[in-house]
Design a protein around this ligand. Structure first.
Ligand SMILES: [Fe+2]
Ligand SMILES: [Fe+2]
Length: 315
């Protein structure tokens, strides 16, 4: 008991020293990201061949990453029906991506509102917003080209996010950013090199992976800083709000209308996905890079950790 105050004082000093170093680092990180953006950015409208016909017999998403993969229901489906489900799930994930990017754009605009306008940190945020504008248009074009409908999230999630994007504080915003970016990014890294997949989908995911790596870096560095410098209540709130976001995100990940639209029983399909060990593994593998990082910087503690567990994204 007697050693506790000394230990706390030491920790506080260390925390402060780290914080000052981290803030200086903020401009350097942004400069590097601006440099990389100048060298590797794409205009999807001209970079991809939107007029090329779709390829017969190809997948729209790697089969192993389709929600029903490996379940008894999947095994009873014809190869055509399986590929059709991949087409609908790709449209569902692209719709989720657009929803998410629109939220993110607003979070970024709010993040820079009070920051020095000529700083590299603000210039990079504006660059990222421009990236997301191109991505959302690209995803919308991809959905249209594939011929499956756009899949909005539920009314409830749509409105929950309306609150989040308007009131969330900086660390919470960046934790949610990473949640949306890292899991989809993990899937896209498996998609773009996969020769079984439609060329257009491979092109879309390749562009997204290259540009998204910078976004992940920016959000990680900022969240790391925030978890050192933000007041205690804000750090606590971030733990809980990110856990709640993880829970909502994992439920909203694939819109269940995809099952109905390929002629499957929706309820039975949802039950089989929930019971699928393969699916659980896919989602946890997709989230691992993120959960390891969040654990390291102290986000996965207390009741927040329980929410992460219940989301199924944390083992
Ligand atoms: Fe994006
Ligand atoms: Fe992004």
């Amino acid at each position: 008991m007697t050693s506790a105050p000394t230990a706390m004082t030491l920790t506080d000093t260390e925390v402060l020293r780290d914080a000052l170093g981290l803030l200086k680092d903020r401009e350097q990180v942004a400069e590097r990201l601006l440099d990389s953006s100048a060298r590797h950015s794409f205009d999807p409208d001209t970079e991809l061949d939107w007029d090329a016909p779709l390829e017969e017999g190809k997948w729209f998403w790697p089969p192993e990453l389709v929600s029903l993969y490996g379940t008894p229901m999947w095994k009873r489906m014809s190869p055509e029906q399986q590929r059709d489900l991949s087409r609908h799930e790709a449209a569902s994930l692209a719709s989720l991506g657009i929803w998410f990017e629109i939220i993110l754009m607003q979070l970024l605009v709010r993040h820079i509102y009070d920051k020095p306008v000529t700083s590299a940190h603000v210039r990079y945020a504006l660059t990222e917003i421009a990236d997301e504008c191109r991505h959302s248009k690209m995803f919308a074009r991809m959905i249209q080209k594939g011929g499956a409908p756009a899949y909005p999230v539920s009314r409830l999630n749509h409105n929950l996010a309306r609150i989040l994007k308007s009131v969330s504080t900086t660390p919470g915003s960046f934790a949610c950013t990473l949640l949306g970016e890292e899991i989809l990014d993990w899937m896209q890294r498996l998609t773009f090199p996969d020769e079984r997949v439609q060329t257009l989908v491979r092109g879309v995911t390749r562009i997204h992976v290259v540009e998204e790596a910078r976004h992940v870096r920016y959000a990680r560095e900022e969240l790391r800083r925030q978890m050192v410098t933000a007041p205690r209540w804000e750090r606590e709130l971030t733990r809980i709000s990110s856990g709640e976001a993880a829970r909502v995100f994992s439920l909203a990940f694939v819109n269940p209308d995809v099952y109905t639209n390929v002629g499957l029983d929706r309820r039975a399909a949802i039950a089989q996905v929930r019971a699928s060990g393969h699916r659980r593994e896919v989602m946890q593998n997709g989230a691992r890079r993120l959960t390891d990082f969040l654990d390291e910087i102290g986000v996965l503690r207390g009741p927040g950790r329980r929410l992460w567990r219940s989301s199924g994204l944390l083992a």
